[in-house]
Design a protein around this ligand. Sequence first.
Ligand SMILES: C[S@@+](CC[C@H](N)C(=O)[O-])C[C@H]1O[C@@H](n2cnc3c(N)ncnc32)[C@H](O)[C@@H]1O
Length: 369
Amino acid sequence: MEASVSIRLNPFKGSDGPDGAAVPWNPHGRILSERPNFTLDPLFHAGCYYVQDSSAMYVGYLFRKLVPGMDGGCGAASPQKGSRPLRVLDLCAAPGGKTTDIATSLREIMGDSFELTANEVIKNRASVLADNVAVWGDPAVTVTSVDPAVIGRRMCGYYDVIVADVPCSGEGMFRKDPRAEKEWSPKLVELCAARQKRILADAWPALKEGGILIYSTCTYEDAENDANLEWAAEELGGEIIPPENEFESRGVRLTRSGNLLKAGEVPGEGQWAGALRKTASAPVSKACRFEDLNPFVSRMQVFDEKTPRVELDLQQALKYLHRDSLYLPDAPLGMLAVCYRSHPLGFVKNLGPRCNNLYPKGRRILMDV
Ligand SMILES: C[S@@+](CC[C@H](N)C(=O)[O-])C[C@H]1O[C@@H](n2cnc3c(N)ncnc32)[C@H](O)[C@@H]1O
């Protein structure tokens, strides 16, 4: 099986985007027959879809399966009825594939009743995450950039669910990233396994008693996968949620404590995912304040009803995304939201002879258009 290209459509933006074969474990996933030039598709920049490997979408599947209120969720992590929104932490979130997937599931099932913290410790990666989250457009997602230990210390017992998609030795990426293969060694596996334990132990106090940890990697190494989740259950206090295999016929394997997707056996790349329920007590600290994580100011552009909208054709939309100035003689003067296929891309200020382009500088496309 050759490496495939896949996307996940955004149902809150009309599921407008390239079509393809269904991803068995994600209702919005599509496997494309060829790789389009995403940079030159305004729908990509409008957040209508996210380019994500189909195997990586398996983590979102597990999330929907286990989290209360979602398909068959086991309910253990749910807050008291009517009390407060479900609190979810995506601990290692950049560039945002799992975050945007989880945000969609939460909004589909919970409406406004959730808060999702997307954290990425490496600052420049957190900035990419913040942009991707903003473009996806869910207001309940907040981006932070702190060490897992800070979350563990400051957010005692706060979260109902933690997703930890940890850095790993990356065997599942060899086909896509030849560098990962060059860098791989048994020593690297050892280092990664130790770092993953540290990340889990550091963030652990932030998970409430009864809360769910979803743990995933893109490697095939037992030491980084089953063995580490089992270590967490044993040492930190949890019980493994027994894995099932609804997708055996689609190439998904069952391992001791999770599921393994191997490149060549499934359409996408490698992924392992498993889950546990926390049994250890986690007293909620009174001093626990979300603001203490210094969340990023949201970069989401809000397109209200008052700002007139102007439809652009493909060439105009690409010029806009390139930050060229536009000439829109038939449009009203002043602030305008410019759209492609009715999806807002950003703002311009129409001065008459030209429009000032207010597209965020950091998101400008660099290719010739
Ligand atoms: C597998 S990637 C996450 C991919 C992401 N979940 C997605 O779906 O787009 C692992 C992330 O962990 C971050 N990371 C690296 N070292 C870390 C550490 N010590 N603690 C927490 N996160 C770390 C990396 O910067 C990287 O963004």
